[in-house]
Design a protein around this ligand. Sequence first.
Ligand SMILES: [Zn+2]
Length: 81
Amino acid sequence: MTPVRSCAGCRRRFAQGALLRFVRTSEGWRPDRPGSRRKQPGRGAYLCSAECVEGARKNKRYPGLGAAAAECGLIRSLCKK
Ligand SMILES: [Zn+2]
């Protein structure tokens, strides 16, 4: 069984492995360690693509996620597997 998660930007559903995971920390949203099998604990949110960063900005369920993801886009090589 593949876990399925919704993208916080477009709300479409994807296999968890296809999404970039962000974790809510005391400093705000941080990309989960790419390439690490162990997930960081905490509340997670998922994005499927850079295009969904804008959608995440408008998603009130995840305040700050869009901004953090946009920042992450500048260092996209870190975020992409
Ligand atoms: Zn999406």
